[in-house]
Design a protein around this ligand. Structure first.
Ligand code: UD1
Length: 384
């Protein structure tokens, strides 16, 4: 998704100037890319992320100019490391200040991660309006700290509004990549991935960084899973070596049914759309992407970062689109749970339909309209 750059002096003068800041994990990057997908007026964009963060390659791959600044977390670490990260945030603030002074944005969109804090404070001091988008129902530390500096706060669902000052929030839904909405059918998605149209397909994904316990659950039960379905397995940062060895040792017929990847970029939309069932962590994206794909889910919340993934999973389960399995039980339960769903077609279809009812295809447009309105208000004030 290359961002069209203004070509004439006139366009440069009139195009909306937008700074996006967010990073640390994919969950803070894809929502902003989806908002840009919905931009219909060719804004001039600069992304400010963290130096060395995983967001840099994803953003640059999308053709968006990227600048890294110093940033670091402050939670659950030794006092020495915390002091070092505080200094990094201080340096990051100076770097952000200079970038904003040079780029002169009309508006800042912040989507989460520690890097947003120095950028947001610098923007506030320079009187640049800022929209925070919170993908999760519960805000993390960076978003909580940043909220007082925001002009507006957009959220995925009503439950998130309770965490912020009344009147500042607006419910937009979770913005989903256009590619996911554009795929015409499950069969078309399967054709893209080389999977037969009539196959049963299970996608296993541990979010943007992968999940070791999901990888173990697949590895330990590989033959049983492949007897039932094609398995698209995205293993993430760890476990690639032993999983590739397991795959190599499979009999030919089963190996062809095991689609193993470390990470998917553009093909992620096809993988979600191709699946009958997704077995996944319950990061914020599940609230938007699983409904957009209309896929039934078995959700395994990440157990070590508070309860917010449980909140996401239980919400989708309460609406009838997902089952929730605790992390410690997934290795023992992945085969019976997947089998039960595949064998009960009526139940599987009911879950898929329930998921589909939660789709909010307008979310990205809603968010971009807010960005435009806030940017325009700033321009109007400037020209007075
Ligand atoms: C362990 C942890 O704390 N995870 C947090 C992190 O998760 P994480 O970074 O995994 O965030 P999400 O689950 O929200 O989003 C993952 C994104 O990565 C994409 N993707 C994933 C794999 C792949 O191969 N290709 C690809 O494109 C997915 O389609 C999705 O768009 O940020 C989320 C948003 O704040 C939080 O809700 C999660 O709790």
């Amino acid at each position: 998704m290359a961002m069209p750059m203004p070509t004439t002096a006139e366009e440069t003068k009139t195009a909306l100037r937008l700074v996006i800041t967010g990073g640390g994990t994919g969950g803070h990057v894809y929502p902003a890319l989806s908002v840009l997908d919905a931009a219909d007026d060719a804004p001039t964009v600069l992304w400010i992320g963290s130096t060395g963060g995983l967001e840099a390659p994803i953003v640059q791959r999308a053709g968006i100019p990227f600048k890294g600044i110093d940033a670091g977390g402050l939670r659950g670490m030794s006092p020495v490391k915390m002091a070092r990260n505080l200094m990094r945030l201080g340096r990051g603030f100076v770097q952000a200040w200079r970038l904003l002074r040079t780029f002169r944005p009309d508006v800042v969109l912040a989507t989460g991660g520690y890097v947003t804090f120095p950028v947001g404070v610098a923007a506030w001091l320079q009187r640049i309006p800022m929209l925070i988008y919170l993908p999760d129902i519960e805000p993390g530390l960076a978003v909580r700290a940043l909220a007082p500096f925001a002009t507006r706060i957009a959220v995925t669902g009503e439950a998130a509004q309770a965490h912020f000052r009344a009147g500042k929030t607006v419910v937009t839904g979770y913005p989903v990549r256009r590619a996911l909405q554009a795929l015409p059918s499950r069969e078309a998605a399967r054709a893209l991935l080389g999977i037969p149209a009539e196959a049963r397909v299970v996608l296993v994904t541990g979010g943007s960084q992968g999940a070791h316990s999901l990888n173990e659950a697949v590895g330990r039960n590989l033959n049983a899973l492949l007897d039932m379905a094609h398995v698209i397995h995205i293993h993430g940062r760890s476990d690639g070596e032993w999983l590739r060895s397991l795959r190599a040792a499979l009999p030919d017929a089963l190996r062809q049914r095991y689609h193993l990847f470390d990470y998917l970029h553009e093909e992620m939309a096809a993988a979600l759309r191709a699946a009958d069932i997704v077995v996944a962590r319950a990061g914020a994206s599940t609230l938007g992407e699983l409904p957009a794909a209309g896929v039934a889910a078995v959700l395994v919340p990440y157990p070590y970062s508070g309860a917010h993934q449980w909140a996401n999973a239980e919400y989708l389960a309460a609406q009838g689109g997902a089952l929730v399995v605790p992390d410690a039980e997934i290795a023992a339960r992945i085969v019976p749970v997947v089998r039960t769903l595949l064998e009960d077609e009526a139940r599987l279809h009911a879950m898929q339909a329930a998921m589909q009812r939660l789709a909010q295809p307008e979310a990205a447009q809603r968010l971009y309209r807010l960005v435009q309105e806030m940017g325009q208000a700033k321009r109007d004030r400037r020209s007075k």
